[in-house]
Design a protein around this ligand. Structure first.
Ligand SMILES: [Zn+2]
Ligand SMILES: [Zn+2]
Length: 287
């Protein structure tokens, strides 16, 4: 890749603009956290960003300005401050994408901010692991992208509370909102593990169901996780199909029912958690 305009400043140090064949003269040198020197244009920094430590703050522009971002991030950021298409973000690793997004927010490079948040929004709809969800969630909370937080929050239902508390240091409102969001699923776990006795489900104190009921009840209870954490894992992604399947899977046992009340009792049990699931509110409604 050919480099753009070169500058020889500060005793022979040279640094090129990261945009290939850029015709604009380099009049400022930036140094990344990993000591990469990059050529920049004061006018572009002024024009495309707010808050870049550039023109006014640098009295001796022959000395490189140290920034806390790494070289790869700064290259992309500076490329985004030219009259040209923004660099493609599709191939970026998750860490690199978030680092660029954070740099864009920090220096108010509006084009980069918008491109990165759009990219992260798109990525957040794909299936992923918990670590990715936590990274995007922390980014969304830091910079107020509630829609992204709503998309990733379902994948964080089984998260350990202390782990997320660590990830959201300084964002107490978001942490408390997440606890309240998660609590909705804890309540479903509660519904699944309580209120399943014959007395509850047959709406009668004295009614004794027929012999079909006990195997049905035992079968489902055996398949349901025996802990809150297990239930949160079962509902990860805010998906109820696995739970639905457990109930469906045992329906055949009620074919032998002779009391004619087992099926409606089974429906009642299912309805309790289904109704709770329909009432689930998105994460942002707790903010
Ligand atoms: Zn340039
Ligand atoms: Zn029955």
């Amino acid at each position: 890749m050919s480099e753009g305009a070169q500058a020889q400043l500060g005793g022979g140090r040279d640094a090129a603009c990261p945009v290939p064949n850029c015709p604009i003269p380099v009049d400022l040198i930036l140094r990344s956290s990993d000591k990469v020197l990059l050529g920049a244009h004061k006018a572009n920094l002024e024009h495309f960003s707010d808050g870049f430590p550039s023109v006014d703050s640098v009295s001796d522009s022959e000395e490189p300005v140290d920034l806390s971002e790494d070289g790869a991030t700064l290259k992309l950021l500076l490329s985004g401050m030219h009259k040209q298409k923004l660099p493609a973000l599709t191939g970026l690793e998750r860490e690199q994408l978030v680092a660029l997004a954070e740099a864009g927010e920090k220096y108010f490079v509006y084009g980069v901010m918008a491109a990165c948040s759009e990219r992260i929004r798109a990525e957040s709809r794909m299936p992923w692991d918990g670590a990715t969800a936590a990274t995007y969630f922390a980014y969304a909370m830091k910079f107020g992208y509630l829609e992204i937080a709503d998309t990733v929050a379902p994948f964080m239902i089984p998260f350990n509370v202390d782990f997320l508390c660590g990830r959201l240091k300084g964002y107490d409102v978001a942490f408390i909102a997440w606890i309240r969001y998660r609590e909705q699923y804890v309540a479903i776990s509660d519904i699944l593990t309580r209120n399943y006795t014959a007395r509850d489900l047959f709406d009668s104190v004295n009614f004794v169901p027929c012999s079909a009921w006990a195997p049905y009840l035992t079968g489902i209870r055996k398949r349901l996780p025996m802990s809150v954490q297990g239930h949160l894992q079962l509902l990860n992604g805010a998906k109820f199909d696995r739970l639905e399947w457990i109930f469906k899977d045992h329906q055949y046992l009620l074919k032998e029912c002779t009391c004619e009340r087992c099926s409606s009792a089974a429906c009642r049990w299912k309805e309790r958690w289904q109704e709770a699931s329909w009432d689930i509110k998105p994460f942002s409604s707790f903010m």
